[in-house]
Design a protein around this ligand. Sequence first.
Ligand code: DQA
Length: 146
Amino acid sequence: RRVLVVNGPNLDLLGRREPAVYGTDTLADLVERCRRTAGELGLEVDARQSNHEGVLIDTVHEAMTDFAGVIINPGGYTHTSVALRDALAALPVPVVEVHLSNVHARESFRSHSYVSPVATAVIAGAGVTGYDLALRFLAEKVLRRT
Ligand code: DQA
């Protein structure tokens, strides 16, 4: 059972980028953590990151057939991208939207997400633990088919 973990723009800078907001773990640390957690849950993770909207959309399309679920942190595209939302809406598998920071406690433009209405679940403000929580949720859904 493979889960697609997609990180959007600027998340390649994780650990160096506003560490007070996003934490000190790097993207490599985050991916390693996801792999470990997924292994414990009987899942496999395929992790991707891109700064490009079209590449993210192509990546999401892979989950039309090849994945049991998607975890996505769309970064700034959360607040701007109808096209990414449409790609996620097309998926036949559960989608978990994750944000490291609590987007509702920050600038008001971050409170609106184009993705949330088409996500199965939304996790914000739990830092890198949010990805663990998302994996646990998908494990329940995918392995128990609830
Ligand atoms: C983010 C929150 C977004 O508002 C921001 O543009 C990001 C990261 C988060 O993980 O907290 O790039 O998605």
